[in-house]
Design a protein around this ligand. Structure first.
Ligand code: FES
Length: 560
């Protein structure tokens, strides 16, 4: 049985650790070759400065072998080759690399251990120049592109990634470019000097003899044959496995109006892809965004157990016991009936393009939920025209305040408002702006109530919940009903904090984290310990009865 579930987790981790080791080594090697743009002496000084580092070659070769093996194994065990373009490009570049990288590493091993040739910068450059120069340059460019896609795929949902992205792209683009140019520059200069016989006596290269070259050529040929054979075996073996397994497709995943027969240990998301069933998966199946979540209508016992990663994600959104993440839940046997809870866009090809928001990203934001107290009952006694007029007056006044404080209205929900702060700022600004906006909203509500006195003599009452944390910002919806929105535990928490106002008769409930990040002193208010619906841990909050009385000081309070 092909290992799945948690085995996938550790294999992925191992592959990433190996990739990091290879990446680190490539940074050093590329920095070394980049110095060819400066001078041969600079290369030599760099080589000498790193001293024993170069003896770590076998460790990095082992990491390379591990990374390649796990990558090929992952490819073999895939039940479908349907994948996003970026992933296909990364795999294609990775498959190309052994034809360039392995001969290069083999040459290094043969030269230093079998032929016992010393490795000065002259040797490093002239041993492969000019015959194998194309190989090093192509290899460098491909490594850079492969790494860039990989780093983006792994880190793109990290909150800090948008800030670090430019640096990462610059390093993975400019360093390989500099290494290729440095290699070419240093190599061609030395080669010309060597041909002209003007190389200093100290720089005399230890060139390979014809016999040694023949050995290397043979090693390269073996490498090509090994990898061509390996790939042929891999794809043929995979095709055979899928063919033989056809009769073993004993798991039936049912969707509303469709079903897919799959092999045991196929995830529900893979089943959706195999069956061409549209399925939201903003994080690309990494168990982070929860947009692939499904309600399991039948056959929960036929799914794999909830793993650690899935458990954390489900806990974050306070999911019920009938909810699973499609990208993590594997069908084991029998029939499983699921209903995807978020609808992806299936028709608009334009919407399939991976924009920053359609892919989704993790960001840290201050999230505000605001709701009109008792408005449902109140609206029942009003003409619809009056309800619309009151709501629009209220939304306009509150929306203006939110935007004036750098926030964004995510959506209006009935008489509620979901807004967030801090998309372009730091956490402190986000929280301070949200607190100030809340205070101003309370003040403006008095003015709105006064204006509406003819249709609403009793005035409007407001409840606000405020929390700070990670959210996923992404495009969600269907056809032209798509919109950028925030989802995640922080949003749920803000909503539940807002709902607490009903119980406590307060005007705002704000987590202590928001106040602390804003650098505000609200020590004149007691800290309450509350357990929110769907949570087990206690949370520390300030319950503010009257924003204009208790937090008016906010507008005069100087940040600490
Ligand atoms: S696709 Fe993101 S959690 Fe499953």
């Amino acid at each position: 049985m092909i290992p799945q579930g948690n085995a996938r987790d550790w294999q992925t981790r191992l592959r990433l650790w190996a990739a990091m080791a290879i990446g680190l080594n490539q940074l050093v090697v590329m920095a070394y070759y980049s110095l060819g743009l400066v001078s041969g002496e600079a290369m030599e000084a760099f080589r000498n400065a790193l001293g024993l580092y170069w003896s770590l070659g076998p460790v990095f070769n082992a990491a390379l072998l591990l990374h390649m093996s796990l990558g090929l194994w992952k490819l073999f065990r895939r039940n479908t080759l349907r994948m996003p373009t970026w992933e296909a490009a990364q795999i294609a570049l990775g498959l190309l690399l052994p034809f360039l990288l392995v001969p290069y590493n083999l040459a290094g091993i043969f030269v230093s251990t079998v032929f016992q040739i010393p490795q000065s910068y002259v040797d490093t450059l002239l041993l492969s120049f000019p015959d194998m120069a194309w190989r090093y340059i192509a290899m460098t460019v491909i490594i850079g592109a492969h790494a860039q896609i990989g780093v983006h795929a792994v880190l793109r949902l990290r909150p800090w990634y948008p800030r670090a992205r430019l640096i990462i792209v610059a390093v993975t683009t400019l360093l390989p470019l500099a290494a290729a140019l440095g290699y070419w520059n240093g190599g061609s200069q030395l080669y010309q000097a060597y041909l002209a016989g003007t190389l200093a006596a100290d720089d005399a290269p230890h060139l390979l003899s014809a016999a040694q070259k023949a050995v290397l050529d043979q090693a390269n040929l073996v490498d090509y044959l090994v990898f061509v054979g390996l790939y042929a075996l891999l794809f043929a073996g995979r095709a055979l496995r899928l063919r033989l397994d056809r009769k073993n497709k004993t798991v039936r995943i049912e969707y509303p109006g469709a079903h897919v027969m799959v092999l045991p240990a196929t995830t529900v998301l893979e089943a959706s892809r195999i069956g061409g069933i549209p399925h939201a998966s903003i994080c690309g199946g990494r168990g982070r965004c929860t947009t692939c979540r499904v309600r399991v209508e039948q056959g929960m016992e036929n799914l794999s157990a909830v793993g650690e990663r899935e458990h954390k994600a489900l806990q974050r959104i306070g999911a019920g016991t009938d909810i699973r993440l499609a990208c993590q839940a594997e069908g084991r046997t029998g029939t499983i009936r699921v209903t995807p809870l978020l609808r992806p866009d299936t028709a608009s090809s334009a919407a399939r393009r991976e924009t920053r928001n359609s892919v989704g990203r993790d960001v840290e934001l201050a999230v505000m939920f605001a709701d009109l107290r008792g408005f449902t009952a109140l609206s029942e006694s009003k003409f619809p025209y009056d309800v619309v007029y009151i709501l629009n007056s209220y939304f306009q006044a509150m929306g203006q305040v939110i935007e004036a404080h750098g926030g964004q209205v995510d959506k209006f929900l009935g008489d509620g408002i979901l807004a967030y702060f801090g998309l372009d700022g730091d956490p402190r600004d986000a929280c301070l702006s949200a607190m100030r906006a809340a205070s101003q909203m309370a003040a403006n509500l008095v003015g709105v109530s006064r204006e509406l006195i003819s249709v609403l003599p009793q005035g409007l009452a407001l409840g606000i919940g405020l929390h700070f944390g990670d959210v996923v910002l992404g495009e969600v919806g269907f056809h032209d009903k798509k919109q950028v929105t925030i989802i995640g535990d922080t949003v749920n928490t803000a909503s539940r904090l807002e709902a607490l106002n009903k119980k406590t008769g307060s005007q705002m409930v704000v987590s202590t984290g928001v106040v602390a990040r804003a650098g505000l002193d609200l020590t004149h208010l007691p800290v309450a310990h509350v357990t929110l619906r769907g949570k087990t841990d206690e949370m520390r909050v300030y319950v503010i009865q009257d924003i204009l009385t208790d937090v008016r000081a906010l507008n005069e309070t100087k940040p600490l």
